[in-house]
Design a protein around this ligand. Structure first.
Ligand code: TMP
Ligand code: MG
Length: 289
């Protein structure tokens, strides 16, 4: 039905179910659809030319805004906690307190650096952050069909917004839930606002933002994109869900994690740096042939 689903990077636990959901979504059309996507390593690339691409946090960690001493500390945190994030031998319950620890320590270090708001834009421009191949079509198709896109990220909202603004795709149908910086009267970072979002509390984040889902209460079909098992709860606030299709990017530790991803996601994309599968599904659901 959709040729992109037969690519070698695509794995499905139940292809027949996937086809059924896509058909039901196509019948209901663009007006019944909302898209919820994670940001880091889902909308952005995991690697390019064999080199890892940065997350929102890494964009700052690698920048001139951070002292050498602080860079070392942030790198130590990454080396300690990232292997835990992707360890398939630990449960979400076991990882949760450690992820809170990572985010709390990393944010405290960033705050100590008194990052200036007006330097975020040049730092993002100079970074090696890249949206996945086909991102333009993805954002433009959603905009064209007035399909709301919620970007739900445990990254840093100010950085994320700058990435999509500089790419020219921060269209009015895009809404962001993320960790936002709080700047003092001199424009220096003094804290992070509101409830912390880390990779394992997206459900709580969704429920706290019930107003957004209330506004979209007539859209009962959801296309969800993520790269972590924590991303699966991003749609927990959706009203009267009828159909959901979950697409998961499996970027790292592919063999170890494949089974758990296949159980949790409807479509698993293995080392796929493109938006091609999501774009093909959107094309079909929004009425394309
Ligand atoms: P996401 O929800 O948009 O994917 O953002 C979360 C990612 O951010 C997660 O994969 C881990 C990453 N991260 C860093 O790279 N550095 C950090 O200091 C922290 C706290 C998270
Ligand atoms: Mg992610």
């Amino acid at each position: 039905m959709i040729p992109e689903l037969t690519r070698p990077s695509v794995y499905m636990r139940d292809g027949t179910r996937v086809e059924g959901v896509i058909q039901a979504m196509r019948q209901a059309g663009a007006n019944a659809l909302q898209v919820i996507s994670d940001f880091d390593m889902t909308l952005t690339r995991f690697s390019y030319n064999g080199k890892r691409c940065p997350t929102c946090h890494n964009i700052l960690d690698n920048s001139k805004l951070i002292s050498e001493e602080c860079k070392e500390k942030l790198k130590d945190l990454l080396n300690t906690y990232y292997p835990i994030e992707i360890n398939s031998g630990l449960s979400a319950e076991e990882k949760l307190p450690l992820m809170v620890e990572w985010w709390t320590k990393a944010h405290a270090l960033l705050v100590q650096q008194k990052i200036k708001k007006d330097l975020l834009s040049p730092v993002v421009r100079e970074s090696s952050a890249m949206l996945r191949e086909g991102y333009q079509l993805f954002f433009d198709c959603l905009q064209e069909h007035s399909v709301p896109l919620l970007i739900f990220s445990a990254g840093i909202g100010d950085v994320l917004e700058e990435v999509i603004r500089q790419a020219g795709v921060f269209h009015p149908n895009v809404k962001v839930f993320s960790n936002y910086m709080d700047f003092d009267e001199n424009g220096a970072l003094q804290a992070f606002k509101g409830q912390l979002i880390h990779i394992y509390n997206k459900r709580e984040g969704a429920l706290l933002n019930s107003g957004h889902f209330q506004e979209l209460r007539d859209r009962h079909n959801v296309l969800l994109l993520g790269d972590s098992l924590g991303d699966l709860t991003m749609a927990d606030g959706v009203y009267g869900m009828e159909n959901i299709l979950k697409i998961g990017y499996l970027n790292d530790k592919v063999e170890e994690r494949k089974e758990s991803y296949l159980k949790a996601y409807d479509i698993v994309l293995e080392r796929d740096e493109t938006m091609n599968v999501a774009n093909a599904i959107l094309h079909h659901v929004t009425g394309g042939q």
